[in-house]
Design a binder for this molecule. Structure first.
Ligand SMILES: CC(C)(COP(=O)(O)OP(=O)(O)OC[C@H]1O[C@@H](n2cnc3c(N)ncnc32)[C@H](O)[C@@H]1OP(=O)(O)O)[C@@H](O)C(=O)NCCC(=O)NCCS
Length: 145
């Protein structure tokens, strides 16, 4: 497994991971825009194939994880953990103060993952996400560096 900077040639594979989710939020254009904006955008390659990705936007002394995903058949192999660790290392090197994110309250996998790194709940955005029936809250989580 290796972690490298994302690039346009990998975007279709990244979109494929995103669209394996029941409620994909991003289109191909969103990922291409992130490349153009110079966001922190890394991918994990396993046997040369894109298996996971992370996108984070740096804003002043903070950064936000704005997208993260692992190919369903590659989950529970610590790929997302390695990408988050890469972001933490990068953020510490840049002397950032905090990493934060928003997650669906029903997303136990992601919430467990962030808890493992010591992220704390900072607040709630009520009815932020759409779901099959109605809406659900977003939990805002943060990690002080
Ligand atoms: C959340 C997600 C990115 C995790 O990716 P992953 O590569 O499987 O994560 P890791 O293997 O690094 O998991 C690390 C820890 O997170 C927790 N975790 C991960 N998946 C879990 C699951 N399905 N159920 C419960 N805990 C889970 C566990 O504590 C796990 O450690 P363990 O396997 O030693 O128990 C992946 O499930 C995914 O792509 N989900 C859909 C997209 C998404 O929800 N993105 C996050 C948006 S905020």
């Amino acid at each position: 497994m290796e972690i490298i900077d994302s690039a346009e040639i990998y975007i279709d594979d990244v979109v494929n991971i995103e669209h394996s989710n029941p409620h994909p939020l991003w289109s191909k254009k969103n990922f291409l825009d992130s490349l153009k904006c110079d966001d922190f955008f890394k991918i994990a390659l396993s046997d040369g194939k894109v298996a996971a990705f992370i996108v984070s936007k740096i804003m002043g002394k903070e950064c936000e994880i704005i997208n993260l995903g692992t190919l369903p058949k590659m989950r529970r192999k610590l790929l997302a953990s390695k990408l988050i660790q890469e972001l933490i290392n990068f953020s510490k090197n840049k002397f950032l103060d905090q990493i934060f994110l928003e997650v669906r309250e029903s997303n136990d996998a992601a919430i467990n993952l962030y808890n493992k790194f010591g992220f704390n709940e900072l607040g709630i955005r009520a009815n932020y996400y759409q779901r099959d029936k109605g809406r659900e809250d977003a939990i805002i989580m943060g990690l002080t560096l």
